[in-house]
Structures are given as C-alpha cells and as structure tokens.
Design a protein around this ligand. Sequence first.
Ligand code: FMN
Length: 221
Amino acid sequence: MAADAPPHSYAPREMLTIDPAEHAPRQVYKLMTGIIVPRPVALVSTVDRDGAANLAPFSFFCGVGSAPPTLLFCPALRSTTGMDPTRRKDTLRNVEETGEFVVNVVSDSIAAAANVTAAEVPPEIDEFELAGLTPVVSAVVRPPRVDESPAQMECKLMQVIYTSQQPGGGVIVLGEIVRFHVRADLVDNFRVDPAGLDAVGRMAGNTWVRTRERIELIRPE
Ligand SMILES: Cc1cc2nc3c(=O)[nH]c(=O)nc-3n(C[C@H](O)[C@H](O)[C@H](O)COP(=O)(O)O)c2cc1C
C-alpha cells in the first residue's frame, strides 16, 4: 500500500445504511437514542391552569443561544392515546396553557428521583411528592424549582413547533431563560464547576451516564 494512499482505500468499513421511511417509528427512535449520545437531562417543572405542579425528564434537550439566552426541549406526542386523548404530555399541555416552565439540572444525587418522575401518571398526581423532591418558589415564573437540583433555569415560552401530528411526532418547546439559579459554591466568575454539578445524561433505554470522566482539548486558534 502506497504511503500516500487515503486510509479508506484499504480499510473500507461495513456500514448498515438505513432508510427511516422503511421502518416503524419505534425502531427509528431506538436508533436515534442510541446514536445521539450522551444527552443532558432537563427535569422540567410546570404548573397547570389551576397551579398544580408537574415534573418530568426530557433528554431531547439543548441550549440554543445566549442573547437572549434560549433553550429547547422536546416533549414528543404519545404513541398511544392513553390517559391523554390529545396525545400531549402533561408538560406540553401546561407549557402551552401557561407559557412558563423551569429546567432543573439533574445531578447524580437526584438521577433516581428524576427517573421516578418519568412515570406515566394522571395529571393530578404531583411528581414532586412521588419522587421525594422539594418544590421551591421561583423568582419570576409560577412553576416551582427543584430544591435538590444544583442549577435551575426559569423560562418563558417563545415558540412551540410541531414537526408532525403523528404518534411519536416531535414537538419543540423553545424558551427564553429569564433567571438562572446555580448553587453558589459551584460558580466562580460565571464558570460552573463540572465536578460539583455532577450532571448525568441519558443514553439509550434505561442507561444513563455520569460526567465524571472528562477530557481537555485545547481549541485551535
Ligand atoms: C431520562 C429520561 C429522558 C426522557 N426524555 C424524553 C424526551 O426527550 N421526550 C419525551 O417526549 N419524553 C421523554 N421521556 C419520557 C417522559 O419523561 C415521560 O413520557 C413522562 O411521563 C412525561 O411526563 P408528563 O406527562 O408529566 O409531561 C424521558 C424519560 C426519561 C426517564
């Protein structure tokens, strides 16, 4: 093999190429959650019209921009009608009705509790109570923050985008962060201590990931 030959010319990899249109949404979902990893987990608190609190985790979640500070998370439409004939998850219904939500960061110490809040329970069940988490009043929005979370972001709804109306269809909730709350011992001049934050993420299925092994890569000029 000539020294200047491109590597792929002598070690072709066998790839499985998949057309999502030929497979059930459930299979495609498995591919996505297996490939798009690790995903941070937003533990989202909302309230309904009457002020009843709701809490649920969402890992289709990321920051969007910093001026104004914006983030998104994606409460998908349910695949079965279940308890909610409109297919909307309680979180989505509450956000659409009230225009407010709080994203609470999930540290390793509250990962199991956050997982408990994923239970498909009727809207009248308070997941704070179910998971043993403590609601604490927010500064500018009605939904409470999770006291045990090391960082919380109060958000006002900017836009909801439905990518489809089908079961399993994606819904993007875009919000502006109007208040940050970060445990004081974890912040130094706006830098957050990743070891102290001890955030967890989600992989596929029931697998989660810790952020305790980190690497430093100096960014090129
Ligand atoms: C770690 C984790 C991440 C999740 N991420 C999502 C997600 O990104 N989108 C989604 O629709 N459901 C997600 N779920 C499932 C919801 O949390 C679940 O459907 C929950 O019951 C919704 O609650 P709600 O009806 O109170 O809004 C996730 C569950 C877990 C455990």
